[in-house]
Design a protein around this ligand. Structure first.
Ligand SMILES: [Zn+2]
Length: 90
């Protein structure tokens, strides 16, 4: 029923971050939305282009970097990440 194209097009590999993850608005490991979180619950764990990839402080950061605090780098303020976030086209 499904063509090969639609199957591969729909597949969302876990290694492919969403727009929210790329903007630092969601955990790049578990996908938790940082817009609901308190300050200080996210840690920088990686970079993609010129953006920070964040993960939850603790378990997720350790999965991504081996350290519960991630990279030794402060994340951008949430307000700034929100401002830079460009939602994907529908
Ligand atoms: Zn997480």
């Amino acid at each position: 029923m499904y063509s090969q194209d639609s199957i591969s097009g729909r597949r969302r590999g876990r290694s492919e971050p969403t727009a929210e993850m790329l903007s630092g608005l969601a955990c790049s490991v578990c996908g938790a939305d940082f817009r609901q979180a308190h300050d200080g619950e996210e840690a920088v764990v990686s970079h993609r282009d010129d953006k920070q990839l964040l993960a939850c402080h603790g378990t997720c950061a350790r999965m991504a970097t081996g350290s519960v605090t991630g990279l030794d780098e402060p994340p951008l303020p949430l307000a700034e990440r929100m401002r830079r976030h460009v939602p994907p086209p529908p």
